[in-house]
Design a protein around this ligand. Structure first.
Ligand SMILES: Cc1cc2nc3c(=O)[nH]c(=O)nc-3n(C[C@H](O)[C@H](O)[C@H](O)COP(=O)(O)OP(=O)(O)OC[C@H]3O[C@@H](n4cnc5c(N)ncnc54)[C@H](O)[C@@H]3O)c2cc1C
Length: 445
């Protein structure tokens, strides 16, 4: 049995890990020189760490299982972290339930409405109703305008940029669920984790063990076409060569699917409606002294160009980052926004103005180095009735499947959701994919 997986991001790699068996040949096609996609690593000259910030939550059971299966459990590190909001030029901690509910910019009634919104959202089970209403309208209706302006809007801006105006209430529902999962019930304080060495440790281990498990990683190999074979199975074109596979699973973004797939393989209406993605431009600052005490700071201030501050060094030991303090300053924008195409120097000058405004204790001489990383197709925007726009996992062809993050209709974008999506996919389709092969052996719990 020969299986092709398109995309060597976390989804494609976890899928390969779980499908690997001696009787199978699996090829993972990755267009970049490095595996890992959005979760990959970056060379910061004096050390290597994640290209974008990545955190693991104690409730990330599926992700933690992947880490355990790779034999990396002993490399997990956990720490208490702090979350803040920047409003009216003030920093407020919202790191535990008490601080959250005492959030000073809100008066007593507004605080009550904030607590009510969270409680109400956490009890909702039917996300389909939430998909029919804009997030802004839902939050104002449930929590009131003032609470919205002071508390929720900064958060929406930090996570979605101006595109929050088009997002459905599912977005905040999934966010509240994940946020509260991070709060350790005994300490009522956020615990967050990472793997020593960052995601590079995870990807290195995969590269090390995959060959002996029959998984071949083809880097710098872009898939140009996917079409059905008359005799059954699927043809993939890469490097100008056509190769036959019994089954093919596509994990890259929807715009790539639309470009490379033969229209007989997927329903046209799904392919045409499309999914809009947010991109991210992120300045990474290495400093001699800490910039922030918060792991995450959400920003509500038009004068500040970035939408959040991620103090990775509040979580990750500075021995991992050559003794420097590392801070990510992201700005999320719709993927065709010209900001994503601004030069690195333009972004640096613009973002640094914001840094100096917010953190007067930081001066030019405190900065060791600055990097700009960007990605165009990061997070599908959950617009109204989003679930009707996405490509289905099961396509028109029995040998071709689509499995990507656009299908997260009731989840935030994170690697636990990726690992869960893969597990659920195998629960539903393993028998179909492996046909007459024994299915029990494939899902390595
Ligand atoms: C700024 C930021 C912060 C994040 N923070 C967290 C966090 O704290 N915790 C967490 O769990 N998650 C976090 N995430 C989310 C996490 O990175 C994603 O869940 C994960 O990377 C998605 O993986 P994927 O494989 O689905 O997609 P991708 O990573 O996009 O992988 C798709 C792959 O397909 C490849 N590809 C595309 N076209 C082709 C082609 N034609 N041929 C071959 N290959 C192709 C791409 O190069 C890419 O490698 C964050 C992401 C970002 C951007």
């Amino acid at each position: 049995m020969k299986i092709g997986i398109i995309g060597g991001g976390f989804m494609g790699l976890v899928l390969a890990q779980k499908l690997a068996a001696p009787s199978r040949s699996i090829k993972v096609f990755e267009q970049d020189a490095q595996i890992g996609g959005l979760a990959t690593y970056h060379d910061y000259k004096s050390f290597i760490w994640d290209r974008f910030y990545h955190v693991i939550l104690p409730g990330d059971a599926y992700l933690l299982q992947v880490i355990k299966d790779l034999g990396l459990e002993d490399k997990l590190r956990w720490k208490k972290t702090y979350t803040g909001v920047y409003v009216d030029k003030h920093f407020y901690s919202v790191s535990n339930n008490k601080e959250f509910l005492l959030f000073p910019p809100l008066n007593l009634i507004q605080k009550f409405r904030l607590a009510f919104t969270i409680l109400y959202a956490s009890r909702i089970r039917d996300w389909r109703e939430m998909e029919k209403i804009k997030v802004e309208d839902w939050l104002i209706r449930v929590g009131g305008k003032k609470t919205y302006e002071k508390f929720w809007k900064p958060l929406l801006l930090a996570k979605l940029g101006d595109s929050y105006k088009h997002a459905s209430a599912v977005f905040i529902w999934t966010y509240i669920k994940r946020l509260f999962e991070a709060r350790n019930s005994s300490a009522h304080q956020e615990q967050m984790g990472y793997v020593e060495g960052g995601y590079k440790t995870i990807f290195n281990r995969m590269e090390e063990i995959f060959p002996e498990q029959g998984v071949e990683l083809l880097k710098e190999t872009s898939v140009q076409q996917i079409r059905p074979a008359e005799e059954g199975g699927i043809f993939i074109t890469h490097d100008g060569v056509e190769e036959h596979f019994d089954k093919v699973i596509f994990t890259a973004p929807v715009n790539v699917l639309q470009k490379v797939v033969d229209t007989s393989l997927i329903a046209i209406d799904n392919a045409n409606k499309g999914v809009e993605y947010l991109g991210v431009v992120c300045m990474i600052l290495l400093t001699r002294k800490p910039l922030t005490d918060f792991y995450v700071l959400n920003i509500a201030d038009d004068q500040i160009p970035f939408t959040g501050v991620i103090g990775i060094s509040t979580l990750v030991d500075t021995r991992e980052t050559a003794g420097h303090y590392m801070t990510y300053l992201p700005k999320y924008i719709i993927s065709d926004d010209p900001i994503l195409r601004k030069s690195d120097d333009e972004i640096k000058t613009w973002f640094l103005e914001g840094v100096y405004k917010m953190y007067p204790h930081i001066h030019e001489e405190d900065i060791v180095d600055i990097f700009i990383n960007r990605a165009f197709k990061v997070q599908p925007l959950q617009v109204l009735n989003y679930s009707t726009l996405i490509p289905k996992t099961k396509t028109l062809h029995p040998d071709f499947f689509v499995l990507n993050t656009s299908q997260f209709v009731n989840d935030t974008l994170n690697n636990n959701a990726v690992a869960r999506h893969v597990s659920q996919f195998l629960d539903n389709y393993a028998a179909e994919i492996l046909q007459n092969q024994l299915t029990e052996s494939i899902i390595q719990q």
